[in-house]
Design a protein around this ligand. Structure first.
Ligand code: FDA
Length: 307
């Protein structure tokens, strides 16, 4: 793994650094580049603007690694409120939600996380939309796939996420490429040991392309989450080879990252979904975005320095 990335991801776990960054007044401004705001109303407003531009949306209520059942409950309530607001605003045919199981109790008790995820799926069903389960660090992969399988018994539309940096992922991609199966493929954003993940970016990219082929060859609905121009081009080429028309797969990108590219792909007729995080617990999310790209870190440090 790139040394800067490792340093930032390690610093993100340090309590003193977390406190300093989270309370710095400048952080709020920087955060707004990647996070839609703190409230349900902010999330709905961002969704409305993106939908008006021809994009679709998946919303993430920020929070992770919850070790407190009351906090997990608050996360579920936030999703229920969001889903009913999206429905009331007529946006739920263009916007779904993404859920981190660690925010709804996965680290405390898998059954609690499942029960909480079921409540969010029920709310999504009532709103006429879908849910995707984000994938977190590799210690949670098996648990997340177990919960996915349980949820899909009732709600077959629940989306999975696979991370191409994990050695196991091609097998998972093949297993999940079945009819109706919504699968988001990303590179992966956590600091992982070399025993489970590729150390080099190039190997992760090659794995990504192998998984693209597996998902496009199957009968599922692949959702390709990447900002990487080379991969976007390869996905387009491989989709043609597999006879996949726009609409039988989608592109996904993060809020605030390559917005012109998001609109360009949508104008070509592709479904493009923007991952929109919102809420007060933005710290872990922001640190992963900084770790991914030195330019984001420079932007952040420059903002701190010019205060
Ligand atoms: P990468 O970061 O390797 O960048 C490759 C190239 O893309 C760069 O060289 C540059 O050309 C371009 N690029 C990247 N960032 C740019 C920027 N800010 N501005 C301009 N160009 C830029 N991860 C995870 O572990 N679990 C999950 O559930 C999810 N979910 C998820 C959903 C969605 C919709 C997305 C887009 C991503 C995720 N991720 C994720 C994060 C993912 O794993 C990954 O960390 C980031 O997407 C960064 O990887 P890229 O594929 O974008 O390429």
């Amino acid at each position: 793994m790139n040394p800067l990335r490792s340093i930032i991801l390690a610093a993100a776990k340090n309590g003193a650094i977390r406190k300093a960054v989270a309370t710095a007044p400048v952080s709020r401004d920087v955060v707004r580049r990647f996070v839609a705001g703190e409230t349900t109303a902010d999330a709905v407003a961002a969704t409305r603007a993106l939908v008006a531009d021809g994009l679709t949306v998946t919303l993430d209520h920020l929070g992770e690694d919850t070790t407190d059942a009351a906090l997990a409950e608050r996360t579920v309530l936030a999703y229920e409120e969001l889903l009913s607001a999206l429905h009331a605003e007529g946006l739920s045919d263009r916007a779904e939600v993404s859920v981190k199981l660690s925010a709804v109790g996965q680290l405390l008790d898998e059954d609690m996380a499942l029960a909480n995820a079921e409540r969010i799926c029920r709310a999504a069903e009532a709103a006429g939309t879908t849910v995707t389960l984000d994938m977190e660090d590799h210690t949670t992969t098996d648990s997340t796939l177990r919960i996915l399988a349980e949820l899909r018994k009732t709600w077959p539309w629940v989306g999975a996420v696979l991370q191409s940096y994990l050695h196991r992922t091609l097998d998972d991609a093949r297993a999940l490429a079945s009819s109706g199966s919504r699968v988001r493929l990303c590179k992966g954003a956590y600091a992982e040991p070399e025993t489970v993940a590729f150390a080099a970016g190039e190997e992760t990219d090659l794995s990504y392309v192998r998984c693209v082929n597996a998902l496009l060859a199957g009968d599922g609905y692949p959702m390709f989450a990447t900002h990487d121009p080379r991969l976007v081009r390869i996905i387009g080429e491989r989709a043609e080879v597999h006879g996949r028309k726009p609409g039988s797969f989608e592109f996904q990108m993060l809020y605030g990252i390559r917005p012109e590219e998001q609109r360009r792909l949508a104008q070509l007729g592709h479904t493009v979904r923007v991952y929109v995080p919102y809420g007060g617990e933005w710290y872990g999310y922001l640190m992963r975005r900084l770790a991914e790209r030195p330019a984001n870190t420079v932007f952040f440090l420059r903002a701190l320095a010019t205060r």
